[in-house]
Design a binder for this molecule. Structure first.
Ligand code: G6P
Length: 614
């Protein structure tokens, strides 16, 4: 999962490429590079490490040129060192390629090319693409045909952009499978852009076209033509995207993660707006048409996702089963397609994904479609593959999320699932108008409840300072807030590198209790919900084993105040909405520990924002 950007126009390419790469750094950040064409010569600069290192290098020695490609890498083949960074070039430097994905038949191809006398300069799979294109160009093929021939040989999901000194007036881009999208941006005044993701080009244009799997495009200063891999031309569909770039700026916050935690009240408001009528209790999603007949026929919903998004499905299951009485199965997307799931036409596969590009999630969706299910998706990135593949979708409406650790793209889909559960329950005749109105009515107070938690940030900071040197933590939750424990633990481990486990509290006695002592803090999610009494007794057990207890609890709860060492207070909210509010102090807790430890909060080691490889 790497970031790709390309430019062709009248302006200097490098500043545009580097700017685009900065916006894509969240996709991969172990090395970066650019290739620019000037006076018939391709110049390349590639550096291991953060993008900043490449930028400093280029400041010393600028690269002129008005056509170029850039890349920010997350290594799959070959360690992150200078020579493995993209772009990769052929020996005579007439062809440069940036690539996202994995060439699955890279080893036999490499052997074949080496036996023909090709000398490889890197350990990457990408380099075979360059040599294959080179081979066909040397045989006299125009660049577009040479690229097409090369692509036909590759196995796996791949997205590329090709620059050639032999045909300096164009960029060729292509997409095979789901390894990552390609978006083409239509600028004004004879300039065009190519990128793996929208944020890279949004400051220049909002008029874009997306490549579908199996398509390639020839991009010149004046436009783009799109073809299938068989060479058949397809019409270019230009759409205008709504986000503007200011939404992706850090502003006054030290890190994107903190900014995004604070954006949650607004994000929740946006995800509710336009979907509910609090006076009548009516709910409708314009992009997820849902008939009474379908809702009543629905036998089962299979929910699937990865990482943080997966945790939303655990809450969704409780909500949909309780309210709509539809059985829900949740499955981690990387397991889904190998599980031989039992699916038929009266079932829905519902994927949750911030990026809408996660390879495992897309594969699970394919599996669902293949087996005849209706596909639904809850996605954030407009135009993403998950959104386009789904029969119906709900957009999270949270704006770009830049921090690798997901926050607002966790709470917003919880609310989307709450609304969906109510809508399904209503269509299935399980709610009186009064009940529906009451459930929907709560939503208007939700942004305010989250604000109240954020107002206690100082308190969370104090506790974070106190516990920042811990080596382990056990997060416990039950019922609807089991997911809160999982998600709280995930937040801590991904950004602070402290080992944290989320556990269903009732399971503590079957193993984890053996770990408890004064060095193993227990973070217990104990709001007022139907599992409260059971949670309290588990907190008491943990305490009696000597573990320090940090609780997330409802204001005014004297019992918890007595037993816990620290309490993150949340306001009293209806139990079905407690996961939305209870996670917020745990997001802040993880954030302040990582920030105080001086770690790279927004780009934690070894992680990436969208994981477009299996
Ligand atoms: C990566 C990110 C996580 C995210 C997961 C799923 O692992 O680091 O923050 O939860 O992918 O991403 P998605 O875009 O499908 O929600």
């Amino acid at each position: 999962m790497c970031g790709i950007v390309g430019y062709i126009g009248e302006r200097q390419a490098v500043p545009i490429l580097l700017n685009g790469l900065k916006r894509l750094e969240y996709r991969g950040y172990d090395s970066a590079g650019v290739a620019v064409l000037h006076n018939g010569v391709i110049s390349v600069k590639r550096r291991a490490g953060k993008l900043r290192i490449l930028i400093e290098d280029i400041e010393q020695e600028p690269l002129p040129g008005t056509v170029g490609i850039g890349h920010t890498r997350w290594a799959t083949h070959g360690e992150p060192i200078d020579r493995n960074a993209h772009p990769h070039v052929n020996p005579v430097r007439t062809i440069a390629v940036v690539h996202n994905g994995i060439v699955e038949n890279f080893l036999p191809l490499r052997e074949e090319l080496e036996s023909e006398g090709v000398r490889f300069q890197s350990d990457t799979d990408t380099e075979v693409i360059v040599h294959l294109i080179d081979r066909f160009v040397a045989a006299g093929r125009p660049l577009v045909e040479a690229t097409r021939e090369a692509l036909r040989i590759l196995k796996g999901s791949n997205a590329i952009v090709v620059l050639s000194a032999l045909e300096p007036d164009k960029l060729i881009t292509a997409r095979l499978g789901n390894a990552g999208g390609i978006v083409i941006g239509f600028g004004e005044d004879g300039e065009m852009f190519v990128a793996s993701d929208l944020p890279a080009i949004l400051e220049h244009t909002r008029r874009v076209a997306f490549l579908e799997p199996g398509q390639m495009a020839v991009v010149t200063r004046n436009g783009a033509r799109i073809f299938t891999l068989e060479g058949e031309e397809v019409p270019v569909q230009v759409t205008t995207v709504p986000w503007d770039i200011s939404a992706a700026e850090k502003g006054a916050y030290k890190h994107f993660m903190l900014k995004e935690i604070h954006e949650q009240p607004r994000a929740l408001m946006d995800t509710i707006a336009g979907r509910v009528d609090v006076r009548t209790g009516e709910i409708a999603f314009s992009t997820l048409p849902l008939s009474k007949d379908f809702a009543r026929r629905l036998k089962k919903i299979h929910m699937t996702a990865c990482g943080t998004a997966y945790h939303t499905t655990l809450v969704g299951k409780v909500l949909i089963e309780r309210l709509a009485r539809i059985p829900v199965e949740t499955m981690i997307a990387s397991e889904f397609r190998y599980a031989d799931p039992i699916i038929d036409e009266d079932m829905v596969v519902l994927a949750v994904s911030q990026s809408g590009e996660t390879a495992d999630t897309l594969a699970a969706m394919h599996e669902g479609k293949h087996r005849g299910a209706t596909l639904w998706a809850i996605v954030n990135v407009i135009g993403s593959q998950a959104m386009r593949m789904a029969d119906g979708y709900i957009s999270m409406q949270v704006g770009p999320e830049i921090s690798v650790a997901s926050t607002k793209a966790y709470t917003a889909p919880l609310v989307d699932l709450y609304m969906l559960a109510i809508l399904l329950a209503d269509l299935r005749g399980r709610l009186t108008p009064q009940q529906r109105k009451e459930l929907v009515g709560h939503l208007q107070y939700l942004p305010g409840w989250v604000e109240q938690v954020l107002a206690r940030e100082e308190e969370v900071y104090r506790v974070a300072r106190k516990y920042m040197r811990m080596k382990n933590a056990l997060y416990l939750g039950r019922g609807i807030n089991m997911a809160t424990a999982y998600e709280g633990a995930l937040k801590l481990k991904e950004i602070s590198y402290i080992h944290a486990e989320g556990y269903p509290a009732g399971e503590m006695k079957h193993g984890p209790i053996a770990l408890l002592d004064e060095d193993m803090p227990v973070i217990a999610v104990v709001p007022q919900d139907p599992w409260y009494e059971k949670m309290i007794s588990q907190v008491e057990q943990a305490k009696s084993r000597g573990a320090p207890v940090i609780a997330v609890a409802t204001e005014g709860d004297e019992r918890i105040a007595e037993v816990a060492d620290e309490v993150f207070w949340i306001p009293e909210v209806p139990w079905m909405l407690t996961p939305v509010v209870a996670i917020v102090p745990l997001q802040l807790f993880a954030y302040y520990i990582a920030a105080e430890l001086g770690l790279d909060v927004d780009q934690p080691r070894n992680l990436a924002k969208s994981v477009t490889v299996e």
